[in-house]
Design a protein around this ligand. Structure first.
Ligand code: DX5
Ligand code: ZN
Length: 232
């Protein structure tokens, strides 16, 4: 299981310190939310900030989530800034069929892992043609744009479907969940088939981040169907 604290919920005046804190607290990845004020109604931060944060957490895997209308102009800057994985949204399909294959190819060509995200109102079927080309599927469990929102339970069947496809097609993409993830909702996602958990408010909001991450891991373990099978 991967736990990825989301920097969006950290002190924006001190991202370096927050990244170092996440690394020290036992996080697996650091999730970086990039918002352009167009794809989503909010602006976060850009490649220069990611580059500045990178030396503070050299060993953390940087999971860069692009909520941007023109990701093609940002792939190289974020790759150079230290991204390990770049996630783009399936909703970009609205711009034309050729957009996603081009982006996926370019991200791979930059030597980075590639993720595809799907918003709550978007049918999960839209990601199906790309499943054999991606490293991670990000099921948004809130409408993107802001941290601290309530988990949308109607997204759980999408996680189940993504897990079914993964088994059926013998693929190995990760299934990540993002938005409103706390100990309880992480458990629900684990039961549905998720393996990667992005959490902002519920982790960075805690005084003791190490204990919060350990506690979330415990909740996920307790709900992981694979582990439950082993115990029976
Ligand atoms: C939402 C972002 C999330 C956000 C999650 O647009 O994609 O990554 O940081 O924040 P919480 O965990 O507070 O819902
Ligand atoms: Zn995100």
């Amino acid at each position: 299981m991967i736990i990825a604290p989301s920097l969006l919920a950290a002190d924006h005046a001190d991202f370096g310190k927050a990244a170092a804190r996440a690394a020290k607290a036992g996080a697996d990845w650091l999730h970086l939310d990039i918002m352009d004020g167009h794809f989503v109604p909010n602006i976060s931060f850009g490649p220069q900030v990611v580059k500045a944060v990178r030396p503070h957490a050299r060993n953390l895997f940087f999971d860069v989530h692009l909520m941007c209308s023109k990701p093609e102009i940002l792939l190289e800057p974020f790759a150079k800034a230290g991204a390990d994985q770049i996630i783009v949204h399936v909703e970009l399909l609205e711009q034309g069929e050729a957009v996603l294959p081009g982006l996926i190819w370019k991200i791979k060509n930059l030597g980075k892992k590639v993720g595809l995200a799907v918003n709550p109102p978007t049918p999960i079927s839209l990601v199906q043609p790309y499943l054999d080309k991606i490293d991670l599927l990000l099921v948004m469990t809130v409408n993107p744009g802001f941290g601290g929102q309530e988990f949308i339970h109607e997204t759980l069947p999408k996680i189940q479907q993504a897990d079914l496809w993964r088994r059926d097609k013998k693929l190995s993409y990760r299934i990540s969940v993002d938005g409103g993830i706390n100990n309880q909702t992480a458990g629900e996602c684990a039961r549905a088939g998720a393996d990667t958990y992005v959490a902002g408010t519920s982790l960075f909001g805690q005084r003791n981040l190490k204990a919060a991450i350990a506690k979330m891991r415990k909740h996920i373990h307790a709900n992981d169907p694979a582990l439950a099978d082993l115990m029976t």
